[in-house]
Write a protein that binds this ligand. Structure first.
Ligand SMILES: [Fe+2]
Ligand SMILES: [Fe+2]
Length: 243
């Protein structure tokens, strides 16, 4: 008699990653190497290495439930928006830039000879990281504190806080220029990767690298949209209201 194995138990590492590439973070956390173990089932890997299959399944389930909620940010006050941007998008960027660079290095080690475009992708992403780190620092240390002071001053009816108007609306030197540069760099990455098209027969590390880059781009677009189109216009209005 054949024992029927529940389908989930026969699911390979590659299949888990194909269904949701974010599973790779969980596998790496448990020390499961992605490339050499692609065809082995998760259950087998766990049994061979004394890893708790139930714990991993639970984490994979949690991942499935994590859906991005639609947020109606347009109606939020500037301070709430800033806390949201920092908690969600700045946190995301800060926790993902180094891992993506690591994936770039790993992918180049394996596929760099046959896919020289990977070197260009890594250079572009490195440049992005250097520039965007400066940008985040500027926002967190100067621009956002200034905006929060502005909101407080308005709420208690005091004078407009002193200080520069932080180039928010200055097309030459402001935050928006940094945003243009950041968007240019990610769109060049999209171009070089041919819209993140995966070549045939590449390993899981390559797949995760491209998927992470694509996710990173999506987060960045939302992040910049919130600042350029919602936060900064609110601040321009707020500043005018002091006049
Ligand atoms: Fe930001
Ligand atoms: Fe920004």
């Amino acid at each position: 008699m054949t024992i029927k194995i529940p389908i989930i138990k026969s699911k390979s590492i590659s299949e888990w990653i194909s269904d949701d590439y974010r599973a790779s973070d969980i596998f790496k956390k448990y020390g499961i190497e992605l490339c050499s173990n692609g065809d082995i089932t998760l259950l087998e890997i766990c049994e061979q290495n004394g890893i708790s299959y139930e714990n991993i399944l639970q984490e994979l389930e949690t991942l499935k439930r994590k859906n991005q909620r639609h947020l109606n940010c347009e109606d939020w006050e500037a301070d709430r928006l800033i806390y949201h941007i920092m908690d969600t998008h700045h946190h995301y960027v800060n926790t993902n830039m180094d891992p993506i660079l690591h994936y770039a290095d790993e992918t180049i080690k394996i596929h760099g000879d046959t896919h020289p475009e990977l070197l260009r992708v890594r250079s572009l992403f490195k440049l992005f990281v250097v520039e965007f780190r400066k940008h985040l620092k500027e926002e967190e240390e100067k621009v956002f504190p200034y905006i929060l002071n502005l909101v407080i001053a308005k709420s208690i009816g005091s004078d407009k806080p002193s200080g520069e108007i932080f180039q928010i609306n200055n097309p030459e030197k402001g935050m928006k220029d940094d945003h243009h540069l950041a968007k240019d760099l990610v769109s060049k990455i999209r171009e070089v990767t041919n819209n993140y098209l995966l070549p045939d027969d590449v390993c899981n590390t390559f797949k995760v690298f491209y998927n992470k880059l694509e996710e990173f781009e999506a987060d960045l677009i939302t992040h910049i949209h919130l600042e350029d189109k919602i936060l900064f216009p609110k601040i321009a209005e707020l500043e005018k209201s002091f006049a």
